[in-house]
Write a protein that binds this ligand. Structure first.
Ligand code: SF4
Length: 357
């Protein structure tokens, strides 16, 4: 029976969930029990080809060679890194990956003491048009397939392994694209990335970010998806929000906050609210108070992120003093609040900046 998270039009082995792989094998006369060996090769060994796999039973070997070979139904997603930059502090590594059709996407590894986080893209470009974001400035090209999202995770995992580091602990969908605008592919990719016999990233260590795509938030609530939700708010009035996130005109704040309440009630999960601090635009005390009022009664953790400046946006990053004042107001209103460090400035770590160059 098909799984509702299966991608309807798979064209890569990395597009298949474990249950979809079992069904493909069964339909080809290969015992589905062999799916586990192939899955391990794909996601534990991170194999990039399947020629002469003496450890596979012959029917599985024949199937995978044909499926991934020339003209096969499921070629592997193996994007090539056309840029690979490391920040001067060694903590951030950014890749520009070229997909089969020549589109490029950005993927970042952020290192923290004892753990690493991959930040992956879900679309080539983005249709949301956020004025301060290099991806938004460049526009939308296309959605990514699940395999193209999973392949970014694998690329990070291989890079960490090559450096002798521990594997990924966290996965954030905060690269290029609006994840909930590509809902089906994203949910399939996350099912693959969190499968316990493979990449095995804990669902609670995944973060799905959105600028407020209400139908996607409500669908996550309805389907009780186990991944934490990160809402990029940036403004607490519709007019200010539309100036920063043009696409938000489709999703007014009163409806968005109602959707957050529905999500919280249905899942019992805290929402992570992101707020990019832009000097003189949204970093004043009045705006902090408006934000606290807007979120009243919602179980929210607020992440404040000083702006990563881009060439196409004239706004500047907040001052440390304004950021601290903003944070203090939210904390006084009872919200847990974290002021994030800007990272990877020297590798253009803000989404879309490297691709733009
Ligand atoms: S900030 Fe995110 S949602 Fe907005 S344009 Fe950039 S990639 Fe898209």
């Amino acid at each position: 029976m098909s799984n509702p998270t299966d991608f309807p039009t798979p064209s890569s082995l990395h597009d298949l969930t474990f249950s979809a792989l079992e069904r493909e094998l069964l339909a080809s006369g290969v015992r589905p029990v062999h799916a586990r060996a192939l899955w391990r090769a794909l996601y534990r060994e991170m194999a990039t080809h399947f020629k002469e796999r003496a450890d596979f039973p012959p029917p599985l070997r024949r199937w995978v060679e044909e499926a991934t070979g020339e003209g096969g139904r499921f070629p592997l997603d193996a994007p090539e890194a056309v840029a690979d930059l490391k920040s001067s502090d060694g903590q951030t590594r950014k890749f520009l990956l070229r997909l089969r059709d020549g589109q490029t996407v950005e993927t970042v590894i952020m290192g923290y003491p004892g753990r690493s986080t991959a930040c992956v893209s879900t679309q080539a470009g983005c249709a949301m048009g956020c004025t301060f974001c290099a991806t938004g400035q460049a526009g939308f090209a296309r959605h990514l397939r699940p395999g193209e999202i999973v392949a970014q995770v694998l690329h990070c995992q291989r890079a960490l392994k090559a450096e002798g580091q521990a594997g990924l602990r966290n996965l954030v969908l905060m690269g290029m694209g609006e994840p909930l605008h590509n809902y089906d592919a994203v949910m399939t990719a996350l099912e693959i990335a969190t499968e316990r016999g493979g990449l095995n990233i804990a669902p609670s260590h995944v973060s799905v970010s959105t600028v407020g795509v209400i139908p996607g938030i409500l669908r996550m609530a309805r389907e009780n998806r186990p991944y934490p939700l990160a809402l990029s708010l940036h403004a607490a009035t519709d007019a200010e929000r539309m100036a920063l996130i043009p696409a938000s005109r489709r999703w007014p704040l009163n409806e968005l906050i109602a959707a957050c309440r529905t999500y919280g009630a249905a899942t019992g999960r805290r929402i992570f609210v992101g707020w990019t601090l832009i000097a003189g635009t949204n970093d004043g005390p009045a705006q902090a108070e408006q934000l606290a009022e807007l979120l009243a009664g919602i179980d929210a953790h607020i992440n404040l992120i000083p702006l990563n400046p881009t060439e196409g946006y004239e706004g500047e990053t907040t001052s440390d003093e304004a950021a601290q004042r903003f944070k203090a107001i939210l904390q006084a209103a009872g919200f847990p609040c974290t002021l994030r460090q800007r990272r990877g400035i020297d590798v253009a770590a803000g989404c879309g900046q490297l691709r733009g160059r």
